[in-house]
Design a protein around this ligand. Structure first.
Ligand code: AP5
Ligand code: MG
Length: 214
């Protein structure tokens, strides 16, 4: 099965992607996580992406499309993939469709995670992540057992630079202008499933598994 998770920043894409990819045996491909790894490794792509990410703007389509198609072509993705944060523009969605059609591996379902701007802003300003295993926490809704420390591996949790309030506002504006049109794009193709993502992590997760099962 090949799945896309759509939704605003802070909708819970990363949180639910871990669960869904495990449930259905999919490889989880988060464009944001891949870009952050490229930045950490100081690659040419990481350096090109840096300024856009810090401003809450989108990295150019051609860079993203080739980066993601490279990951989709890897052997671990042949049994199915879950795309998180990609595509994010109409040009990316059309490019993805064309490339997947060439390789005969079409998308099966696009899950749109619906949650309003006030909720996602609250979530993002309290987000902490584990730099070692990627586990995501929220200081009000899903805090770690010991403050600032990953429950699973004991690493010190970190905050993302783009979770500063003014960057969150810019990311939401970018989302509304450039990514929200993809809801109609995939709806017209008969692939869209809508999930209310404003409930608890458990309730949203159960609704998303149902949406993927169809
Ligand atoms: P990216 O990393 O993709 O960020 P994003 O889409 O803005 O989404 P987030 O990762 O912030 O949120 P999420 O939906 O994963 O939520 P999470 O599960 O963490 O992209 C970063 C940047 O990279 C972009 O701004 C852009 O510059 C660049 N980029 C990436 N992809 C690109 C592309 N395709 N094209 C161009 N540029 C691209 O949850 C958030 C918080 O809420 C957590 O603390 C979590 O614990 C909590 N939470 C989750 N679910 C719930 C719940 N149900 N109730 C309460 N709290 C919850
Ligand atoms: Mg994420």
């Amino acid at each position: 099965m090949n799945v896309v998770l759509l939704g605003p920043p802070g909708a819970g894409k990363g949180t639910q992607a871990t669960k869904i990819s495990r449930e259905f045996g999919l490889v989880h491909l988060s464009s944001g996580d891949i870009l952050r790894a490229e930045r950490k490794a100081k690659t040419a792509l990481g350096r090109q992406a840096q300024d856009y990410m810090d401003r809450g703007a989108l990295v150019p389509d051609d860079l993203i499309l080739s980066m993601m198609m490279d990951h989709i072509a890897r052997p671990d993705a042949t049994n199915g993939f879950l795309l998180d944060g990609f595509p994010r523009t109409l040009a990316q969605a059309e490019g993805l469709d064309a490339r997947l059609a060439e390789s005969g591996r079409p998308l099966d379902v696009v899950v749109n995670m619906e949650v309003d701007d006030a909720d996602v802003t609250r979530r993002l300003t309290g987000r902490w992540s584990c730099p070692t295993d990627g586990r995501i926490y929220q200081e009000m809704y899903s805090p770690p057992k010991a403050a600032g420390v990953c429950d699973d591996c004991g690493s010190r949790l970190t905050r993302r630079q783009d979770d500063e309030p003014e960057v969150v506002t810019q990311r939401l504006s970018t989302y509304h202008q450039q990514t929200k049109p993809l809801v109609d794009y995939y709806s017209h193709r008969g692939l869209l499933k809508r999930v209310d993502a404003s409930g608890t992590v458990e309730d949203v997760g159960a609704a998303m598994v149902r949406a993927c099962r169809g």
